[in-house]
Design a protein around this ligand. Structure first.
Ligand code: PNS
Length: 164
């Protein structure tokens, strides 16, 4: 059983995240999409809302035989991965600028627990500039985010932030 954790803030989930999950499904039997609980951040959506949105949009992913689950975690990611009996952490890389920070985290996680491998996945070029942060900013300033996030996410942002 090849089990992986795909951790992140997912505030909110974008089509770039879903693209990464779809690609991972070819490599793993089971992937847990794990929303981090970070009291230092002020997210747009609560952890519960982010999990609910993920559960709503995951059926859009062509998962094949891969089982997708949604969870949240607090504390060290590697400890959570071990507790879940996962062998790998998946992170998406959009551009070389992501790589430095991701490498730092991957090496720190390896030092903390060498049993857990980090797997970097390259997102589709079409999503190479898409981030949750930019999606929120563009939406809040009145721009269109159609095609960058699932329609369900747009609907939730509309509920949360207003706008027709
Ligand atoms: O979507 P994000 O915000 O880029 O995800 C960052 C995340 C959740 C992967 C990172 O903040 C994390 O792993 N947090 C858990 C705490 C931890 O293990 N810190 C040490 C990482 S080297």
């Amino acid at each position: 059983m090849r089990r992986a954790i795909y951790p992140g803030s997912f505030d909110p989930v974008t089509n770039g995240h879903l693209d990464i999950i779809g690609r991972c499904c070819k490599l793993f039997d089971e992937i847990t999409i794990a929303v981090v609980v970070n009291p230092q951040k002020r997210p747009l959506f609560t952890v519960e809302e982010r999990q609910a949105i993920l559960r709503e949009v995951l059926p859009r992913v062509e998962a094949g035989e891969c089982r997708l689950t949604v969870d949240s975690f607090e504390g060290l990611l590697v400890q959570y991965a071990v507790a879940q009996e996962a062998g790998a952490i998946v992170r998406g890389i959009r551009a070389i600028s992501d790589y430095e920070y991701e490498l730092q985290m991957a090496l720190m996680n390896r030092r903390l627990d060498p049993r857990i491998e980090t797997v970097f996945m390259m997102s589709a070029e079409a999503y190479s500039y898409v981030s949750s942060r930019l999606v929120k900013e563009v939406y809040q300033l009145g721009g269109s985010v159609t095609g960058l996030v699932p329609a369900a996410v747009e609907a939730r942002m509309r509920e949360k932030l207003g706008r027709t």
